[in-house]
Ligand binder design. Sequence first.
Ligand code: LLH
Ligand code: MG
Length: 381
Amino acid sequence: MKIADVTVQSFRYISKTVRDSEGHGHPGPEHEATQSLVTIHTDEGVVGRCFGHIAKPTLENLVKPILVGEDPFYREKIWRALNERQRLNLASLVDRVLTVVDLALWDLAGQALGQPVHKLLGASRDKVPAYASTMCGDDLEGGLATPEDYANFALWCRERGYPAFKLHTWQPPYAGAPNAKRDIQACAAVREAVGPDVPLMLDPFHYYSREEALYLARELEKLDYYWMEEPMDEHSMSSYIWLCQNTLLPICGPETAEGKMYTRAEWIKHGACDIVRGGVGDVGGITPLMKIAHLAESFGMRMEVHGGGVGNLHVLCAMPTPGEFYERGLLHPFIDFDEIPPWLNKPIDPMDDQGFVHISQEPGLGMDINMDYIRDHLVVD
Ligand code: LLH
Ligand code: MG
């Protein structure tokens, strides 16, 4: 089997999420937005698909020359070629392109073999407990504007079945943000509301100073939080080593630092995290994320997966050691996260009332795509 072509279809949909000036998502007025579907075609008619975008020049000049004519089962070879080609093309061949290609190749393999991806990886489970992961704080009345709002929303999430809860607190451009004391007020209000037994996590402003991060950590120790992630710029690994040495609170990272499995190896080796982190979108796909999972296993360390989506769910169902939670969100009191997007016929991460997300047993990534919707809403360039 050989790869014959790679195509990108962009289509319109109505979004209820808006981005603030720093790029964080919040509920907002309905507006038109675009989504894309990447398809890898083979000479035998089998295809692999993944949602995500590849810009036309990157597709034509970098992706297709590496993929077309190649055996689609040679995922390692293809991933390595893309990884090497990034060096002189950092602005266009971004990690997210590697992610979408790698996920589409895993989907293709599953379609060809009639097996779901987590079973091709070596399955370890078929369901994963989720945690409710909030959007960042805002100033919307009844939204996530006050510590009490977080507490009320945590109670709602517990009712919905979520066994654990993570706060993303306030970030610029919101007035008064960042403010470590206010973050702790929200964390304390949530702990007070849900009681001592619910695992709670904090993901605050990502550019606090060492002293502010340590203040947060020491207060969260008192509130018996389960972990904190990314309170400082992750490019300063020394700051994270320092933080880990000064607190008993588990520090989870790196999340957004570039460098794929190489960066995660350095963080583990230097004691910059207690729980290692990565998601398919951060590290370039399922192929490198499984390497990080095995790295974590080899060091007797936990890995917590960043973000939701089918790729992360398959990795979570194939990880040898926990990976305790699936990050479900980002959630907000004004948004119905269980609403199925129009380009899918079924949800990709259905959660039961016990808080378990169940993986699809259909071949490949297991997405039930509404191709009619996509065809009817194509953006023609
Ligand atoms: O900054 C944000 O909007 C969130 O932190 C977001 O990146 C989210 O994906 C995250 O960090 N989850 O853990
Ligand atoms: Mg995070």
